[in-house]
Ligand binder design. Sequence first.
Ligand code: V47
Ligand code: SF4
Length: 380
Amino acid sequence: MIPTTDLSADLKKIAEKVKAGQRITDEEGLFLFENASLGFVGSLANGIKEKLHGNKVFFNRNFHIEPTNVCVFSCNFCSYSKLYAKREEGWELSIEEMLNMVKKYDGIPITEVHIVGGVHPKMDLQFFADLLKAIKSHRPSLHIKAFTAVEYDYMFRKAKVNAEEGLKFLIAAGLDSIPGGGAEIFHPEIREKICADKVNADGWLNIHETAHKLGLHSNATILYGQVEKYEHRIDHMRRLRELQDRTKGFNTFIPLKFRNKDNDMSNVPESTHIEDMKMYAIARIYLDNFPHIKAYWPMLGRQNAQLSLSFGVDDIDGTIDDTTKIYSMAGSEEQSPSMTTAELITLIKQVHRDPVERDTLYNEIKNYSSINAEVNAEMN
Ligand code: V47
Ligand code: SF4
């Protein structure tokens, strides 16, 4: 698109393209970030969301295990590993301790465990394969979504295996899919400033591409609202859109708002709520080949998660237990994130959407639109 001096005519052209189901260019994406009102992008994004998923909003029943906050890397935005470095709070869980966390959910109808943490020099490929095996042999039907590309890159290099060999080894042990963390911002100019020493963009994308080729699905994130510019957000999403064109392996895109408490970037102000909604909306518009856009409520807070459902978001993740520390330590609204299924359903219904419980791969488990959350005992 060649911008003219007539802003509203240029925006109208983009709107026509989007409504016709056409892909927008990088220049048009940037133009939206720089010139479009929140209402404009919100309405386009909501139109796409409703075309794809109607009035449905997805959630799942999951819990998190964070094996450790010890980390060999030193991302400047990370409050989590910082506390360990200052000897203020650190943990390293054994396989037995993590298995006991899984056992706590015996008889409770959760469908997913999400495992992610710091990169501990002693927790290696074999340790994690043993962990996956232990969980699978205790509860074979539990979907294991585990480890970011950052953790894989380190454990595979240490074990001297390539991505394909390492992933095959973990799939044999019980790995089912890969979460979206560690992507941050791919552009080297920003990556160098915020997380110089961990896997770069090509390494992150290669691990996800290899996983997709082996039949796994994965998610992708962006850490926005820190020192990046709009052009870096577009660059990030372009790399993901290109990979998705090749593999179709991504399920969902998750914008993660930078939180600034107790980390080395505390001087960087956090983005406004308006900026947050704009990020969701433009992600929904630009990433035309991603089936889902997720708002991670423990980081955004409940009300903003509700608001995001009018800005292109169709998924608000799950009933995460308070084992998730990466955000509470960085200053999110949710200091002890946990919601019952009934609370999640009520949250979605309050904004007149239809709550649908899904599994990790977005197979629908139950539509709660005509079920009264408060009186349904089986939901907690
Ligand atoms: O990669 C760390 C982020 C991510 C901060 O795939 C921060 O379903 C904001 O990726 N401010 C890990 N963000 C969490 C993650 C995730 C979460 C929920 C669902 C899924 C999924 C994936 O947390 C890291 C990093 O980008 N993070 N510190 C911070 N101060
Ligand atoms: Fe380590 Fe992840 Fe924190 Fe970076 S964001 S320091 S890789 S725990």
